[in-house]
Design a protein around this ligand. Structure first.
Ligand code: GAL
Length: 516
């Protein structure tokens, strides 16, 4: 590496900053928790447009895209070259309607307030593919699990707006298991008829008005999701979709839901077992639900959940999945996070716009799988690693915490637009591991503009020097290195970049060709 004196100083400074801001060792159990240092700069008062730069919709289906923008309010929005059938509300920034004509539409968005204006391109693809960037939102499971209620989901939706997360591209509010009636639970709020006389699924008493819930979420500019299973029961023992797939898909669409997580569980009792189980048996229930969803006049993101069986990443797209869990359930420990997260290496060729590997939901903030919650057991460094790695992996980002108890540190992890851009980049390339030396790993992905997003990770118990050689990144010459968490340029480097990364920590960088 050739460093000029200035770069050497800056690079040394970066190491020191990482040392100072982030603890060098994993804390022993029972020790005081490491201070949570916020690195994300607060958003400025001028308008800045965030969120997905590409959005897919099927022709004629209901359209909702809320322009995510930070900056002082009031703010007004305009858009040029919207496809016919769509309209923008200048005050809320919501684009709604239905676009009947297939095609690619290069839309120019403008957001203005008293201090200035921001412009950005949004590519709208009216065609067969949806979820062209990884879904971003919230799911009820990692906080409430079997204690979820419609009131809690509405409170989460309100918090998505009040906390400002909506201004950074977060949009889905997904109800996981336990909105249906339970097969044998004594809790009266889980009891009731399973289906009506026509066989249509009935929610449990905690969810008295499903269309009302979806409508509540849509009125905030957000989207709504649900959960079911191809077997007779969900994983938690509630009524699922076995032999009612078309009716259930119809109900979801009529109620106005936009996302379905479809979990294997009791389908184990339906599918052939052991050696008799073929790849076709694994695919079958997902094909059935894919066809049922495709018959609906509404786009419903299809999220497969079967923990990676039969290497689902190789065929999840072919059975209509927009994303597929590649692993069992995550929990809020370093062991779980690192085993799942770093275990994603080698699957990058299977992901792309509309088809994402899903290493499970986020475990930051107040989690607990209901009803009692606790702060995540991850250290601050481990949380930086979690968000950085999930962004590099183009993973669906589903917040798993109680949104009404979002603390400043957790919010800072979820609102760093330069970090989220790594996840939402329109090229949709999942990062791969390019260096692995002992506990040290470098993961990198190409961004649409030709720059690289690079994570320097240290899985060890001691701080370590981590180097990213240009040759491993497909780069050469002079490159500008930007620290994404701090949103600051570090300097211009030749040949490689290296810095000291704390135990279980990360330096998340974007590397741009330096124009001469
Ligand atoms: C599991 C799934 C979890 C959650 C749970 C609900 O199988 O992996 O994410 O959905 O079922 O019972």
């Amino acid at each position: 590496m050739k460093l000029g004196p200035t770069n050497r100083r800056i690079a040394a400074g970066l190491s020191l900053v990482f040392f100072a801001a982030l603890p060098a060792r994993a804390e022993p159990a029972g020790a005081p928790r490491a201070a949570a240092v916020i690195l994300t700069p607060p958003p400025g008062p001028q308008p800045r447009i965030n969120g997905a730069r590409v959005f897919g919709v099927r022709p004629g289906h209901p359209f909702l895209y809320t322009i995510a923008a930070t900056g002082d309010r009031p703010m007004t929005f305009s858009a040029e070259n919207l496809p016919a059938g769509l309209k923008l509300d200048a005050n809320t920034g919501r684009i709604t309607g239905a676009a009947p004509e297939r095609g690619t539409f290069q839309v120019r968005l403008l957001a203005s307030n008293a201090l200035g204006a921001a412009r950005r391109e949004l590519r709208i693809e009216v065609g067969d593919r949806i979820a062209l960037t990884p879904p971003m939102g919230w799911n009820s499971w990692n906080c409430f699990a079997g204690a979820v209620t419609a009131a809690k989901v509405k409170a989460a939706a309100d918090a998505m707006v009040k906390s400002g997360l909506i201004q950074h591209g977060w949009q889905y509010l997904n109800v996981d298991d336990f909105w249906q009636v339970h097969r044998d639970d004594r809790d009266p709020t889980l009891q009731g008829p399973h289906r009506d006389a026509q066989g249509r699924i009935l929610p449990n008493p905690r969810f008295p008005d499903m269309p009302g819930l979806a409508d509540y979420i849509h009125r905030l500019g957000l989207k709504a999701g649900l959960y079911s299973s191809p077997g007779p029961w969900t994983c938690g023992g509630c009524v699922a979709s076995w032999q009612h797939e078309v009716q259930d898909a119809q109900s979801y669409a009529e109620w106005g839901f936009d996302y379905l997580k479809y979990d294997w569980c009791s389908y184990d009792g339906v599918a052939p077992r052991g050696k008799k189980r073929s790849l076709d048996d694994l695919k079958k229930p997902y094909l059935v639900m894919r066809d049922a969803l495709r018959r609906q006049p509404r786009d419903i993101v299809f999220s497969l959940c079967q923990y990676g069986m039969g290497q689902v990443w190789e065929w999840g797209d072919a059975v209509g999945g927009n994303c597929w869990r590649t692993t069992g359930d995550i929990t809020d420990t370093w062991e779980s996070l690192s085993e799942i997260g770093f275990g994603q290496a080698g699957r990058e060729a299977c992901a792309g716009p509309g088809r994402w590997n899903d290493p499970d939901m986020l475990i930051v903030g107040q989690v607990g799988w209901g009803p009692r919650l606790h702060p995540t057991r991850l250290t601050p460094d481990e949380q930086y690693t979690h968000i950085s790695l999930w962004c590099l992996l183009c993973a669906p980002l589903l917040i798993g915490c109680d949104m009404t108890q979002l603390d400043d540190f957790t919010r800072s992890l979820l609102t760093n637009d330069e970090v989220l851009e790594v996840n939402q980049d329109p090229l949709g390339q999942q990062a791969g591991r390019v260096v692995q030396t002992g506990d040290v790993e470098v993961w990198a992905k190409r961004m649409e503009d030709g720059s690289r997003a690079v994570g320097l990770f240290n899985r060890g118990a001691q701080a370590a020097r981590v180097a990213a050689p240009w040759s491993d990144l497909g780069l050469s010459g002079r490159q500008r290195v930007r620290d994404l968490w701090r949103q600051r340029d570090v300097g211009v480097f030749e040949g490689r970049f290296e810095t000291v990364v704390p135990s279980h920590g990360v330096a998340l960088l974007r590397i741009f060709k330096e124009e001469i």
